[in-house]
Write a protein that binds this ligand. Structure first.
Ligand code: NAD
Length: 368
């Protein structure tokens, strides 16, 4: 088998303009700084993802920078201000988000709190006149997604979802294979995403997470399957919850869920997400070939990935830096984001259908 080392030029040819703009200078860095100011980003929620991924990524961005935080811990916010070099005036609490309206240093608010709080925080940001990025999954319910989209429309601000894998080269190749039907149309998809949750956390709480591993992990499989189907949502779903092995951890949400998604062209995806297993795999098959994300399919560093033509080997970019720089460029140029709130809503529609199928035991149509 030959390793497919795709040149940067060829890769850029394969990617959308949006991605290409962000990848022109270096795989691990965003593009050259443009003239003009970097947009100011405020992170809402200084938990694990903000601390370990988004904050550090904002040191690598060229079109935006960390300019504020919203946190329940004032002292922590002031420490972030010192570390990242922004004004302590731009440290807010969840209750003072309305004051963001007067803060000219902040252009974009990035909501990184538990899923059940995304709608409240995104709407507060939109009302303050700020563009919004919301972490995945967009919200607990479709109704909440609609409320966020309406608030953004009324405030005339842009919205985006933290779907960082849109800036991963392997997932970009999956989209290219689908778009160009290089192997034909993908007809069969399989995958698992799971980790072992040793003790209860908000991610297993119905109110704060909206559900169990389907919300947190399954959304990645749904994203990949929709990429393989060129953005099309499935028409029908079925779902089956497996017996709980740790009911003390997964109290009011599922522990392990197996589900299927069926498209109108007959394509079918069979997936599992769990809080008591360890998996990170996705495979898509078409009549003339296949792509297999054998491990770490959705990690910060994706791979190994093989295709029926041989293994793929791409450099590992900083997903989050590219994602945030792309949104900043969308705002600056008026270009559409490839990962808008409408896509986030599509995925929550699918998730709601899967939970309906889990409850009914029947094959359920996916609402539009
Ligand atoms: P976390 O538990 O580490 O942090 C959550 C933050 O929200 C904390 O700062 C916490 O203090 C704050 N918070 C505010 N109100 C809260 C409440 N009522 N209960 C609990 N916490 C509250 O979680 P995280 O891993 O940073 O995840 C945050 C969001 O980011 C989630 O939506 C998650 O799905 C998403 N996320 C995305 C990725 C990705 O790769 N795109 C990775 C990790 C997390």
């Amino acid at each position: 088998m030959t390793i497919r080392l795709v040149s940067r030029r060829r890769f850029l040819e394969q990617t959308s303009l949006a991605t290409a703009l962000a990848l022109t200078s270096d795989w691990s860095q965003a593009a050259e700084s443009p003239p003009g100011k970097k947009l100011g980003v405020a992170l809402v929620g200084l938990g694990g993802y903000s601390t370990r991924q988004l904050g550090p990524a904002l040191r690598e961005t060229n079109f935006c920078r960390l300019a504020g935080v919203v946190t329940g811990d004032r002292a922590k916010g002031e420490q972030w201000a010192r570390e990242y070099g922004f004004s302590e005036k731009s440290v807010y609490s969840y209750g003072t988000m309305a004051r963001l309206a007067d803060d000219r240093a902040i252009d974009v608010v990035y909501v990184v709190t538990p899923n059940g709080l995304h709608a409240e925080h995104a709407i507060a940001a939109a009302k303050a006149g700020k563009h919004v990025i919301i972490e995945k999954p967009m919200c607990n319910t479709v109704a909440e997604c609609d409320a966020v989209l309406e608030a953004c429309k009324v405030a005339n601000v842009r919205h985006s979802i933290g779907y960082r894998l849109f800036w991963d080269p392997y997932h970009t190749e999956l989209r290219r294979l689908a778009r160009e039907e290089d192997f034909g149309t993908f007809k069969k998809m399989t995958g698992d995403r799971a980790f072992v949750m040793r003790e209860w956390r908000w991610r297993a709480d119905k109110k704060l997470a909206g559900g169990g591993p389907l919300m947190d992990l399954g959304v990645y499989l749904i994203q990949a399957a929709c990429m393989a189907k060129n953005g099309a949502a499935p028409a029908f779903v079925t779902a089956r919850e497996l017996p709980k092995t740790r009911p003390d951890v997964s109290r009011d949400t599922e522990e392990t869920l197996q589900w299927t998604m069926e498209w109108s062209d007959g394509a079918i995806a069979s997936f599992t997400s769990s809080y008591q297993q360890n998996h990170d795999h996705f495979r898509a098959e078409a009549p003339r070939g296949w792509i297999d994300f054998k491990d770490s399919a959705f990690s910060y560093k994706v791979g190994p990935v093989e295709t029926s033509r041989g293994p793929l080997k791409y450099p590992a970019p900083n997903h989050q830096a590219l994602q945030m720089d792309d949104f900043a460029q969308c705002i600056q140029t008026g270009r559409a984001s490839p990962v808008t709130g409408d896509m986030g809503r599509r995925d929550v529609v699918i998730i709601e259908s899967i939970y309906r199928a889990m409850a009914s035991g029947r094959r359920e149509a996916v609402a539009s």
